[in-house]
Design a protein around this ligand. Structure first.
Ligand SMILES: O=C(O)c1ccccc1N[C@@H]1O[C@H](COP(=O)(O)O)[C@@H](O)[C@H]1O
Length: 203
């Protein structure tokens, strides 16, 4: 049986043009960050407008941090996204979010056995301890202990290192934000194209 194709997500998009570039390059998912203090922050109206611009061409993800599960679900519904991505939630909070929104992706930087199990989310995102920082981290622990289900790798990926990271960690997909930027919050379209191509080129 063929393995599932690699999922490629480009996160922190703030303009229609960046969405079009990611879609044309072949990204499967795009993310919009509503976490306060992020250089990629978009307000609720902008998130909604950007989701509408995708017009179903790609999976849309609302990236949240510091919200309650209830507020995160409300924000996801208001934006009209397909997926709610949650950072920093404990098991109970993931359960509450999943009861309120049909597709939840849980982000964690902890690689303990419990953290890598399923908490009822659709997909696990393994990220660096400071999401969106571009910080790389030691993937070695993933050689020892693997997530139970489908999972995305994030944290310091860019066009030059994504192939090696996929080869080493064998994730179900990859997620990038700062590695395709010319400055914090400013996407570089050439880097987006190069990132998706490099990820897709990895056997
Ligand atoms: O991008 C942010 O600013 C952000 C803020 C709060 C939570 C998550 C955030 N981004 C996530 O970080 C990774 C990508 O990180 P990197 O910049 O490529 O190292 C991705 O999961 C984003 O959704």
């Amino acid at each position: 049986m063929d393995a599932a194709p690699l999922l490629v997500k480009v996160c922190g998009l703030r303009t229609e043009a960046a969405i079009d570039t990611a879609v044309a390059a072949g990204a499967d998912a795009v993310g919009f960050v509503v976490a306060a203090g992020s250089p990629r922050f978009v307000d609720a109206a902008t998130a909604r407008r950007l989701v509408e611009h995708t017009a179903g061409r790609v999976t849309t993800v609302l990236v949240t941090k510091g919200l309650t599960p209830e507020d995160a679900a409300v924000a996801a519904r208001a934006a009209g996204v397909d997926v709610l991505q949650v950072h920093g939630f404990d098991r109970g909070e993931v359960g509450r979010a999943s009861a309120l929104f049909p597709r939840v992706w849980r982000a964690t930087s902890s690689l303990g056995a419990d953290d890598l199990g399923s908490w009822g989310e659709e997909l696990l995102l393994i990220d660096s301890p400071r999401p969106g920082s571009g910080e790389r981290w030691d993937l070695g622990a993933l050689q020892v202990r693997r997530p139970e289900g489908a999972w995305l790798l994030a944290g310091g990926l860019d066009p030059t290192n994504v192939g090696q990271a996929i080869a080493e960690a064998a994730p179900s997909g990859v997620d990038v934000s700062s590695g395709v930027e010319s400055a914090p919050g400013v996407k570089d379209h050439d880097l987006i194209e190069r990132f998706v191509a490099a990820a897709r080129a990895t056997p």
